[in-house]
Design a protein. Structure first.
Length: 745
């Protein structure tokens, strides 16, 4: 086929002609630049043809490269929008003018490379590429002589890679002189810059931010806007709301500062955003303030960051106020409207904490429980469990606060422990700042007895109240709470004539802190003279070494999540099996489940070589605490049932002779008659049972409880009251067996 004829054929003939060509294997052009064909086709007269297509993949034209290296486009064909792609890794897209430059760049870097042919064609191609590669850095690699191409690229916000004159000033020369690894290094050094997606008309260099300001003569002149300032990411919250910018500022001493600007800072007066940037050392030209704000409004870096208002798990990442652990699709930035209330200070190494804080806890059930509980918030993210509360009660100076300080050292500085004395709103904020971490509250007596029940419910539910304060949603949290007090929750609430409910019992597990009167919370003091000396040494160590254990545990959990999940399930299953829960009610199961999770957290921390404890120590200590709790509770059945039974039993026992007369007697000794009794039965009058014996609870629930336990004898038809003949008249009573006084379950 004649070349001249080829160059003048309509599009269909060009497409047909190219379809009959094969990819070139040898050609002077390829040999000269030591490159592969990369899509070049070999035609008649040993000519190479480079197909150029548009963004829709439609053939536009082709470039012909003769054996002597001369190039020309097919005659009579449009050139705008046509390009040649060498597809590779698309984390970066490179632009190059010629086939040889594009091939050298592709073979050196492996990145997708686009041959754009001419600067007239460049504008359209950049616009198309930005739309197609919206989250990919685009870079133009050009020679020093390609000033027009450079201007087009910069004006369209594309980063330019250009070898220095001393390095040959041309991509090909740079590669020949320095090798392909150094060419790749040159390209890679500009990727960060390309990710910034500088707005059209601006240029960011190591010497500052510049703006090409059009003059009256129509010529754009480069003017400096400010010293080094980079917008590294666009910022938004998890609802894609509250947008802002992550800005990096370099001060006069070459220190870098990160500043978070809200979009609202860029509205109105210049002072809003300048008040954020200038204190960090930004030096800007006053006359260029409008251009600076315009830059901040238009810049659209590829990188995205997500603002997080509460610490804790966010997907597979864990957010602390000052650090994020784990990998995710976006960078996470902690932003709170309030000053963080969770101390996460790190002092000392993990080895020092293990040796001086964790290891001395061995052999001490309460200490092992407290530290195991401190690790438990970490695993709630994937166990899906509800909030857990442990309340250590006991006499003053028995070592309760020591338990809190040891537990707090897992997360941060145990100095100045938070106390219960706070408003509902204050507790909400405090709890939300301890989301997915440990919350400790000292001295429950500082909170009013009438308020403490509601506070326990709120902390256990993990959600605050909806208030008209501008907050979009109520505060929420997921946590493990450790509390102390000289009295139990039940004893404290009794002062307000309130009773502990089953819901509060399972949310706020009471642990009697002292092991004995002499030893306080300690089973052993190891080599210390007494409990006080041991406690003082532990407190000093906790203040000296803290804040490292939780971060280490979180890091290992993020790296080995499947292993951790399997391990936790196995420990929890073993705990529930050994807890011997046959016949236990749901409340007891829930408490056992909470403690099983604490045991699993302690064992996991041991498995990860954080605590230095022996395998099974955390498990055994926690199981012991559960058995003690169950003994103190008095039953594995319903607590409400037990309380009703105890109340009815107490009234029958203490007032039986006063309130009941014997068979067929007309009056009780004190003038009141609530029924009749004999050796086998109390016959309680209906009104008395409902109003006197069940005055604190629902009489129907109480009667059914007595029936289930075998103390109430029903009528044959199932009615809970039964007829009895009194003075030759039939009267209905509740028939309660006298064994209720002897049977203590």
């Amino acid at each position: 086929m004649n070349t001249a004829t080829e160059l003048n054929q309509p599009e269909v003939s060009l497409k047909s002609m190219l379809s009959h060509l094969s990819e070139a294997a040898q050609h002077p052009h390829l040999i000269k630049y030591d490159i592969k064909s990369n899509g070049a086709l070999i035609g008649a007269n040993n000519d190479l043809y480079i197909p150029l297509v548009n963004s829709d993949g439609k053939l536009v034209t082709a470039q012909r490269i003769a054996p002597d290296g001369t190039t020309e486009l097919m005659e009579g064909k449009p050139t705008t929008g046509g390009f040649h792609s060498i597809l590779g890794e698309d984390t970066v897209v490179l632009l190059a003018k010629s086939h040889q430059a594009a091939s050298v760049l592709f073979e050196a870097t492996g990145y997708t490379t686009i041959m754009y042919v001419s600067h007239d064609n460049l504008r359209v191609i950049i616009d198309d590429l930005k739309e197609h590669y919206s989250t990919t850095p685009i870079m133009m690699c050009c020679d020093q002589e390609d000033e027009l191409d450079k201007e087009v690229a910069i004006s369209h916000g594309v980063t330019v890679v250009q070898p220095e004159v001393k390095d040959g000033g041309r991509i090909i020369n740079f590669q020949q002189s320095n090798g392909r690894p150094k060419l790749k290094a040159l390209v890679d050094s500009m990727i960060e810059q390309a990710n910034l997606r500088i707005p059209e008309g601006y240029e960011l260099t190591p010497h500052g931010l510049f703006f090409f300001k059009p003059g009256k003569d129509g010529v754009s002149r480069r003017q400096k806007v400010c010293e080094n300032l980079k917008v590294t990411s666009l910022l938004r919250d998890k609802e894609a709301d509250n947008w802002g910018l992550v800005v990096e500022v370099k001060d006069p001493d070459d220190n870098f500062h990160e500043v978070i600007l809200k979009r609202t800072h860029l509205t109105g007066a210049h002072s809003k955003y300048l008040d954020m940037l200038v204190p960090k050392g930004l030096l800007a030209e006053v006359k260029m303030y409008p251009e600076l704000r315009n830059y901040l409004q238009k810049v659209k870096p590829i990188s995205r960051a997500t603002s997080v208002t509460e610490p804790g798990w966010f997907g597979d990442q864990y957010v602390f106020p000052n650090v994020v652990i784990g990998d995710g699709p976006d960078r996470l930035i902690f932003q709170s409207e309030d000053e963080p209330m969770c101390d996460t200070t790190e002092i000392g190494s993990l080895m020092e904490w293990r040796r001086n804080v964790a290891k001395p806890c061995q052999g001490n059930s309460r200490l092992l429980l407290a530290l195991s509980a401190a690790f438990s918030p970490i695993i709630k993210n994937f166990t899906g469990s509800e909030n857990t509360g442990l309340h250590f009660n006991g006499s003053s100076s028995c070592g309760k606060t020591t338990l809190l300080e040891l537990a707090k050292s897992v997360w941060g500085n145990p100095h100045h422990l938070p106390r219960w004395k706070a408003t509902d709103n204050g507790l909400e904020v405090l709890a939300s700042h301890h989301n997915d971490s440990l919350l400790v509250l000292d001295e429950i007596a500082q909170l009013s007895p009438k308020d403490v029940g509601d506070a326990v419910y709120m902390l256990g539910n993990g959600k605050g109240k909806q208030r008209m304060t501008g907050r979009k949603r109520p505060a929420s949290w997921r946590t493990t709470l450790l509390s102390t007090g000289e009295v139990s929750l039940e004893q404290h609430m009794t002062k307000a004539k309130a009773n502990v409910t089953a819901g509060q019992e399972v949310r706020f597990i009471n642990v009697y802190a002292p092991v004995s009167e002499e030893m306080g919370v300690f089973d052993t003091t190891h080599d210390y003279a007494d409990g006080r000396e041991f406690s003082d040494a532990l407190k000093v160590s906790a203040k000296r070494y803290h804040g490292v254990a939780a971060k280490r545990a979180i890091k290992l959990v993020t790296e080995h999540r499947d292993m951790a999940d399997k391990f936790i399930k196995e420990v929890k299953r073993d705990f529930m099996k050994q807890a011997n829960l046959e016949g236990a009610v749901g409340q007891v199961y829930r408490v056992a489940g909470h403690l099983a999770e604490i045991a699993a957290a302690g064992e996991l921390a041991t498995q990860m070589r954080i605590t230095g404890w022996d395998k099974g120590e955390a498990f055994d200590a926690t199981l012991r605490i559960f058995n003690e709790w169950l003994d103190n509770r008095g039953t594995s059945g319903s607590l409400e049932d037990q309380k009703m039974l105890d109340a009815i039993r107490e009234r029958l026992s203490s007032r039986g002779d006063m309130w009941f007369h014997t068979e067929d007697k007309n009056a009780a000794r004190n003038g009141k008659c609530y029924g009749i009794k004999d050796d086998e039965m109390f016959y309680v009058e209906i009104s008395a049972f409902q109003t006197i014996f069940c005055q604190d609870f629902d009489y129907k629930v109480a009667a059914n409880m007595l029936l289930r336990k075998g103390f109430l004898v029903p009528q044959n038809d199932g009615k809970l009251t039964k007829n009895k003949s009194v003075n030759k008249q039939s009267k209905r009573f509740y028939h309660i067996r006298s064994t209720i006084l002897a049977d203590q379950e």
